[in-house]
Design a protein. Sequence first.
Length: 306
Amino acid sequence: MFSSRLSRLAWGWGLLTALLGTPAASQAATVTSNTAQTRYPIVLVHGFMGFDDILGVDYFYQVPEDLRRNGATVYVAAVSQVNSSEARGEQLLKQMQQWAARDGVKKFNLIGHSQGGPTARYVGGVAPQMVASITTVASPSRMSVQDADNNIAKLINNYSSLTSAFGSFVAWLSGNSKLPQDVNAAKNFADEVNAFATRFPAGVPSTYCGLDGKEFEGGMYLYSVTGNKPKTNAWDISDQAMVESSVPSDGAIPVCAAHFGKVLRDDYPWNHIDEMNHVFGLIGKGAPDPVAFYRTQANRLKLKGL
């Protein structure tokens, strides 16, 4: 979420979920099918100002429960709300190592939304032996000068103290108050994204907006998806924070910036919040169900033997 208008949504996000929380989904959901039963567990990675869950409300709303009900083993990462993708990636890697040691897991299928994408790609770059696949959802793999003009740095420069305080507040609400928040590290988001394109080139198109990213590279399967409609539902308060632009985008990330690996679709009628099935499942009339996308992606990975 990388605009000043989107920041207002971020600051109210934790409070909203705390006030409107629903009962926590069972970690042992009743399995009704094997549609999403991948060989390797799925790890869901949240974006900037995100969380694993707050009072039982998932960042990926209803997604973990649905995947588990359809046979998947699912871990939900908890990384810093405000920090660099590298720092978040190191936190994710540590959690994966702990899960692997505890549960005997050899590899993981990583699915990251927004900054969760670069976070997952960092792990794929430094520990590819632990990664079976990476799927990015509205995550930039490259950023143009125009994108950078509207990036997180401006948000933080204008609201540095408030951004840090809200990140700590969300971490506290989600039970992860020890996660470090570093606004200065987060200021370089656009530069870090472009540096990652060189440092971790697997799946990155040869040019900005390119569609030649490889589906399989570096021993990993690589996929991406994004929405392209900033405003989708007048009843959804998050629509007010989405930014219309002169180029196709989901209200936060330009479509071209989100191309990575095999582009599954870059024209879903979703905005940046719809892509994680929030706020509380409110999407546009007739739009595909985001939860079904994650289930379908899990099935795709299953059919690949992942």
